[in-house]
Design a protein around this ligand. Structure first.
Ligand code: NAP
Length: 331
């Protein structure tokens, strides 16, 4: 039996002929898709993709009207899944959420059981502060370490460091004892990034400038969510045998590089996709985010929004204004 009230509040994006109409509406429980688990959503967050989902030219939303929000965290209020009982603190993200199925900007949500992650070692607020962006950062660090990276290997580069993926990567690597170098376009973020664990800094100009096919070997590893001109910089400055984990395109989707880092230094480009991840793998990584991959100062560097003030974050993230994570107090 459903535990969701007949109507509740949600932030909705609806595509019209020439624009997307956005705002808070009362929606009906019958508007939600089927699923075995009903969740009272306490927290969501703002990711780059959420901004795009509310833009006319964003190419992310697959249904209209759409309740965006690719992250949600809260408490189970009804469940047909024995391992996800009523009262459990959970999160869900990825798959179709907030893209082709209603997402986290709603006071209640109904989702398939095999999309749900029980929270261990994290509150719903902390889980939203990590969110898809932080999970992607954790995937990136785990992928580099699975390939052999350790703190003893030398400096690790994180690009787009003021953003959600970048900032969380700095905070995870810093807490794990790495020498972290942060590339950022924002001077004003340096103190915050230092507190998260960065010890060296590069300007955005340094990591987007044109360069030779191979330059001095600097980085034992790199986490890049910027793409554009920045990923080629990371590739041509990796140390012999090192890898860069690539997850984003905040600086553009085109990749212009040479094969020399691969064929002369044995470097590797590790692709990171947080959307389609088998649920057992997703749950295991979230358990690690609550323990050995826990980001330093988790939950401290966040800006809190509500459904009524959400637009500031949705527009700000696309304008490159991210300074840590925006989280959304939903219920
Ligand atoms: N693969 C996945 O599963 C996955 C998951 C989550 C996110 N992503 C992608 O990862 C990217 C980052 O997401 P996010 O949530 O971290 O976004 P974000 O919070 O907006 O961070 C992006 C950061 O990139 C830097 N940046 C922005 N525009 C730039 C430009 N033109 N040139 C160079 N740097 C620029 C900025 O950092 P500085 O000012 O510090 O340089 C900005 O804060 C997005 O493309 C997103 O779609 C992918």
């Amino acid at each position: 039996m459903s535990a969701i009230p007949a109507t509740f509040r949600a932030y909705v994006a609806e595509r019209l002929d020439d624009r997307v109409e956005r705002g808070v509406r009362d929606v009906n429980a019958t508007d939600l898709e089927p699923g075995e688990v009903e969740i009272r959503v306490e927290w969501s967050s703002v990711n780059f993709k959420d901004g795009l989902a509310t833009r006319f030219d964003g190419k992310v939303a697959r249904i209209s009207p759409l309740i965006p929000g690719i992250d949600l965290a809260g408490t189970v209020v009804a469940s047909d899944a024995p391992d996800l009982p009523v009262g459990a603190a959970v999160l869900a993200h990825g798959y179709d959420l907030g893209v082709s199925r209603h997402g986290g900007y709603a006071e209640f949500q109904r989702v398939p059981a095999d999309w749900v992650v029980p929270l261990h070692g994290l509150t719903p607020r902390e889980a939203a502060a990590v969110g898809t962006a932080g999970f992607t950062a954790a995937m990136s660090v785990a992928a580099l370490e699975e390939r052999g990276l350790t703190p003893a290997d030398g400096p690790v580069l994180v690009t787009g460091a003021s953003g959600g993926v970048g900032g969380t990567a700095v905070a995870i690597l810093g807490e794990r004892g790495y020498e972290v170098w942060a590339a950022t376009g924002k001077d004003t973020e340096i103190d915050r990034l230092r507190a998260l664990g960065a010890t060296g800094f590069l300007t955005r100009d340094e990591v987007t400038a044109e360069g030779r096919p191979l330059e001095s070997e600097r980085w034992a590893g790199a986490v890049d969510a910027v793409g554009g001109a920045t990923l080629p910089y990371a590739l041509r400055t990796l140390r012999r045998g090192a890898a860069v984990a690539s997850s984003g395109n905040a600086g553009g989707p085109k990749l212009e590089t040479t094969v020399f880092p691969f064929i002369l230094r044995g470097n590797a480009l590790l692709g990171i996709d947080s959307v389609v991840v088998p649920i057992d793998v997703r749950r295991q990584l979230w358990d690690r985010i609550g323990s050995d991959l826990r980001p330093r100062s988790l939950g401290a560097n966040v800006t809190e929004l509500t459904l009524d003030t959400l637009e500031e974050g949705l527009d700000g993230i696309l304008a490159g204004e991210a300074r840590g994570r925006w989280i959304v107090r939903v219920a």
